[in-house]
Structures are given as C-alpha cells and as structure tokens.
Design a protein around this ligand. Sequence first.
Ligand SMILES: NC(=O)c1ccc[n+]([C@@H]2O[C@H](COP(=O)([O-])OP(=O)(O)OC[C@H]3O[C@@H](n4cnc5c(N)ncnc54)[C@H](O)[C@@H]3O)[C@@H](O)[C@H]2O)c1
Ligand SMILES: [Zn+2]
Length: 378
Amino acid sequence: MNSFYVKPRIYMGKEGLDDILRGVERVMIVTDGFMHSSGKDSYLTIPLEQRHIDYQIFSEVKPDPDIATIAKGMTMMLECKPQVLLALGGGSSIDAAKAMNYLATKEGLAEKCVFVAIPTTSGTGSEASKFSVVSDPTQSAKYPLVSDELLPDAAILDAELVKSVPPSVTADTGIDVLTHAVEAFVSTEQNDFSNACAEKAIKLVRNNLLKVYQHPDDLQARQKMHNASCLAGIAFSNSGLGLNHGMAHTLGAHFHIPHGRANGILLPYVMSFNCGCHDKLTPAAKRYARIARILRLDGPSIRQSAFTVVRTSKQYVKQLHIPDSIEAAGIAREDFDLALDEMAEAAFHDACTKTNPRACSVEEIKQLFQRAYTGKLL
Ligand SMILES: NC(=O)c1ccc[n+]([C@@H]2O[C@H](COP(=O)([O-])OP(=O)(O)OC[C@H]3O[C@@H](n4cnc5c(N)ncnc54)[C@H](O)[C@@H]3O)[C@@H](O)[C@H]2O)c1
Ligand SMILES: [Zn+2]
C-alpha cells in the first residue's frame, strides 16, 4: 500500500524528558545489563529521583532479545503498571520494550502507557520503525514483528548517550544505517516521502560515519549519525527493507554475528545482485545509480555508477574494520555448509525480502551466501 506514516514525536536532546515526565508518578525503564551496571541509566534515574517519580528497572535485555526475556519484562510491566515506559539502549533494548508493550496491550493485560524510545546506538532506527526483531535461539531464527502499534509515542535523540559506544559497535551500527537507507531507497514500496528520508540519511552517513569512527568524541558528527539512523528508520518503516536484511537475520541468528556487521558483510554482494552488475542490468540499477549521485560518485553510465556504489560499500567495510567475508567473521567452512540450506530458505521467507527490488530464488540466495563466505564479488 502506498502510504507514509510518521510517528514518534522526536525530541533533540534531554530537555524532552521535562515534557514527557510532567505529572507522571510511575515509570518503568527497559535497558540492557551493561547500561545498568555501568551507571549509564542514571541519564533517567537521576531526573526521575529529582522529580520523586517511582520507577522500576528491567535490565535483563541481551543483544538480539528473545521471547523469554520479553515475557519476563512483560511480567514486570504488569506489576509496575507504568504510566510511562522508557526504553534506553541500542536496538535490542528498544525492540524488547516494543514487543513487551505491544503484546501486553494487545492481549488486554495492560493499560496503554506513553512509550518512549531513547537510543544509545546510532544504528537500528528502532525508535522510529514499526518493526521489532525477536530471536528464537532454539530455531537459530529471528522474526520481525511488524505493526504500526509497535511505534513509540516519542523518541529522544541525544548524542551525549552515544559518545561511549566502542569503535566496533560504531562501525557495525553505522553500516546498519547505510543498509537501511539503501534498502529503503531501492525498495519496491519506496515513495517520495520515504526517499526523502533515505536520501538525507545517506548524505549524513557519507559526511559523518568515518568521522565518528575515527573521532568518537566528535559530538556534532555523533548527533548527525544519530539523526541519520532515525531518518533511515522512518524511511524503512514505510518502504520496507530487502534481501540484505532477510539474509542478515538468519546469518546473525545462526552464528551470533551482530546485526549491523552481518548486514555490512552482505551489502556489496546483495547490491551487486540487485543491480545485475555482472549479468544483465536490472531496472533497480537505476536506483543504485541515483545513490551514486547522492554520494557524489556518479559515473558516465548506469552500470558504472551502480558498480561504484557496490565498490564504495566494500571500502566502507574495509575502513570500518568490519570483516569483509563470512569466513573473515570467524565462521568455519563446515559450520557454514551445514547451515547454508536452512539459511537460504529462511532468507527467502523473511518478511524483509518481500520488498527487495529484484526477485530471487532460494538457489540465488545460496549463491550469494557462498560469495559472501569467500569474499569474492563474482
Ligand atoms: N526494530 C528495528 O527496526 C530494527 C532494525 C535493525 C535491527 N534491529 C535489531 O536491533 C538489535 C541490534 O541493536 P544494536 O545494533 O543497536 O545493538 P545492541 O542494542 O544489541 O547493543 C550492542 C552492544 O552495544 C552496547 N551499547 C549500547 N549502547 C551503548 C553505549 N552508549 N555505550 C557503550 N555501549 C553501548 C550494548 O550494551 C551491547 O553490548 C538486533 O536484535 C537487531 O535485529 C531492529
Ligand atoms: Zn538493520
């Protein structure tokens, strides 16, 4: 369906909390163990204490949250009956809180509360997307929940929170932003509105990703990447993603590769396939050529422009010290071979793959995984 839906209200900086907490008596915070044990959740607990607001903290979220964690958080939510639910952390904490809030209210177990997402990584755009990715470790699988009702009511984008992100997470999450923006821009469901957000996100990544990787204290660049992440989230929440995410979900779930890193490893191979760089140019190649123009790298032909985008993604991977193949990510050949058929099937059926600009078969996905394993584009 061709439509564009925008939520949440976006606050730039901590002052947004004044607005959100006015008149509130009970709050629940959802975060991960690191944010809690390192005291980073004092970003919220100090203002809550200053305002004499009761709060409970659920800090058991781990990377790639599973249904057991979500169920545990829901139990706390039902006891706490928060007026405001604050998700503080990376995509894992925000996705867990989204699923808790959605399932608790959908089942009629909890009253609707104000739901606020406060990202501490610049990557998933989860604060502005209608997706929540839930892992099922027993099946080595990840399932995206998709509903407008998952969208937070408000988001706070504060670069201060991202300053402490270590370089490898800055790299992984940064390439995730680029993947979101690119997949949104070439998606079969893209429209002028999602394109505007995706295009701006690509420009912000071009100007700021390597800067924040090399200069983690550059607050201005951090804020720009934070904005890029959110804009890309708005874009793909409306346009959907593509095969890259379909493959990254199953690759990450099988081998515990961080989400952004899995996307970065796969990006050149999926883009090259989507453009038809090495066989017959596809209609999608034009969209990639447009991306080359956004990156100010366009060449004399669609083929050359599209191929430049593929090459540029490889360069990003190199400059960000992301492994440039599945093998380089430490996955043994025999383990990869054992998982390959299952991964290709899972990627084919993943909800994200539906909006990929080039139709693909399970066999083609298998070939793409093979290429990404060895790191050879052809
Ligand atoms: N909902 C969506 O639209 C969407 C989109 C893409 C990915 N995802 C999901 O999001 C999850 C990945 O999220 P992520 O990439 O943000 O990583 P994450 O939330 O798993 O965090 C990664 C690591 O960074 C640490 N960290 C977070 N903020 C920090 C900070 N400020 N300083 C220091 N360390 C910090 C965390 O403690 C954790 O160890 C995956 O489960 C993925 O499937 C969701
Ligand atoms: Zn992603």
